[in-house]
Design a protein around this ligand. Sequence first.
Ligand code: CDP
Length: 220
Amino acid sequence: MTALIIAIDGPAAAGKGTLARRLAALYGLPHLDTGLLYRVTGRRVLDAGGDPTDVVAAEAAARGIVPADFTRADLRGPVADEAASKVAALLPVREALFDFQRQFGDGRGAVLDGRDIGTVIFPDATAKLFVTASADARGERRWRELRARGVAAELAIVTAEVRARDAADEARAASPLRPAVDALVLDTTDLDPEGAFVRAMELLAGVLPSSLIVRRRDAG
Ligand code: CDP
């Protein structure tokens, strides 16, 4: 039986992670937040005193990732966001991280969220969701997340940073952010996390084989 792969892509702070975790729990699948791979890579370059746009340093950082990197406390916030976006534009970095992402899902199935899961990593995914929302809604969500973590931030600046990172992710030559032609688009601008989950279930019901859903649910 082909493993169930759910690919979730979209711009920053659209609600991909929350949705991916809920779908993974529902179907009893492992979840990979692929943004963490780029965040860790960016951090490793900064740790070494390097420049995240330096392709040699960034590829070495990506190839040197160890499990402990994922438990770092400094993977979120404006500095990590910017470093991640810069290393993510480099093709050798993306190639270095390709096999890990494929192997994560191959065989057992998975829910993966990122920018190029449905277009590059798993173009053969069972289901693809492109989760988006207005830039203002996403800026406000990211601003609230920062405030909840005790980080002082200006809403206008956070929103501008989100817009700038989306623009860079969309414009890059290597795996640009864009919906796969067969992606189901989910706009969460006016939805809370529960509403987004319900809408995602409605969309997925049209593409997932029902027998597989039932078996996964029972197994979960
Ligand atoms: O949490 P947020 O949506 O802000 O970002 P993230 O998913 O953690 O991704 C951080 C950055 O990594 C993005 O701005 C992209 O530049 C990059 N990324 C990517 O290029 N490809 C992925 N599959 C995931 C993230």
